[in-house]
Write a protein that binds this ligand. Structure first.
Ligand code: ZN
Length: 88
């Protein structure tokens, strides 16, 4: 997981996906209305364009896979990228 970025751009709203049936919602629910499973909704963070560009992946990253320390700002060595990612 060393290649994963730790920078966070604009704060996007997370969304939740049921790991049982794939039901998607922006509001966390204790119980999936689709399959009725309790606490099956997992939080996902939308990936900002800048981040997606860095990673080369446009898919959201499950929170439990994302490293902590999001507030830390590490220089990429690329001025333009730093500027884009430094915002927010
Ligand atoms: Zn479900």
């Amino acid at each position: 997981m060393a290649a994963m970025g730790t920078k966070k751009g604009k704060k996007e709203k997370p969304f939740f996906v049921c790991r049982e049936c794939g039901y998607k919602t922006v509001k966390w629910l204790g119980r999936c209305p689709e399959c009725g499973e309790w606490e099956s909704l997992e939080e996902h963070q939308p990936v900002s364009p800048g981040k997606a560009l860095l990673k080369g992946v446009a898919e959201p990253v499950p929170l439990h896979l994302a490293p902590d320390g999001d507030e830390e700002r590490v220089s990429t060595g690329i001025e333009e990228l730093d500027r884009v990612l430094g915002e927010g």
